[in-house]
Design a protein around this ligand. Structure first.
Ligand code: GLU
Length: 238
């Protein structure tokens, strides 16, 4: 009898912030190939949450480029900008569990206090200085509507994290050392990439995430969100 394994479901997740380049084409080719080999399906996710860099004509150009490169996806494209209530619901759960805190520090404060930048991929952000954190038992203000401060996820300092990457093998990171408290919602009332991506990969039933190795640190952050929200994470292939 065929074991009851979930059918492979991958995704292509371009951001419509510029024209696609060769790096994307390579990643997407790999994602499409993995889905094809597993006789699975592929979803196109339009990562259009970045209102500043996002341009509508880039979405059309992106779709045209993907089709021209020969990619095909089975279902209508999912745009993150239409899924805001889903991200807001997840944020509410993190807030109820007291796993996030409001942060009024500027980007500049954080960069200055974080000191020398540490090694990392393109997704790297400075480690949030622990002295800027409110104490864990400090009263938590409501999220507000609209949200007007940055909210960050409090990472479990010193916890050794590990996952098995389907391409690169075992990956390790220590929370608080390799990455710090990260943004889940921005003061301009938009969800962060980390939160939106975790919610989508969970709720859209993605079984394997294929993306560039520059996002491995983001994978650790997203795995913490999966755990916090009680979801089973997908597999990863970087
Ligand atoms: N839109 C993101 C990017 O292009 C997607 C990253 C991901 O695959 O999670 O970097």
């Amino acid at each position: 009898m065929v074991p009851n394994v979930k059918k492979y479901r991958g995704r292509l997740a371009p951001s419509p912030t510029g024209l696609l380049h060769l790096g994307h084409a390579r990643t997407f080719w790999c994602a499409a190939e993995r889905a094809r080999a597993a006789r699975g399906t592929l979803l196109l996710r339009n990562d259009d949450l970045d209102a500043i860099r996002f341009r509508l004509d880039f979405v059309d150009a992106m779709i045209e480029d993907l089709r021209w490169l020969g990619f095909a996806w089975e279902e209508p494209m999912v745009s993150q900008s239409t899924r805001r209530p889903r991200y807001r619901a997840a944020l509410g759960r993190l807030h109820a569990a007291r796993l996030i805190f409001p942060c009024t520090r500027s980007r500049r404060d954080v960069i200055e206090a974080a000191g020398a930048p540490h090694e990392g991929g393109a997704d790297d952000e400075p480690i949030y200085p622990p002295q800027f954190r409110p104490p864990p038992d400090a009263p938590l203000p409501p999220l507000g509507e609209p949200i007007a401060v940055n909210w960050r996820f409090r990472v479990p300092d010193g916890e050794a994290l590990v996952f098995r990457d389907n391409n690169l093998g075992e990956q390790h990171a220590v929370a608080g050392r390799d990455f710090g408290d990260f943004l889940v919602w921005r003061k301009d009332d938009t969800p962060s990439y980390q939160l939106a991506c975790a919610v989508d990969d969970a709720e859209l039933g993605i079984t394997e995430v294929v993306r560039g190795a520059d996002l491995i640190r983001s994978t650790f952050r997203q795995l913490l969100l999966f755990r916090a929200l009680g979801w089973i994470p997908p597999a990863f292939f970087h």
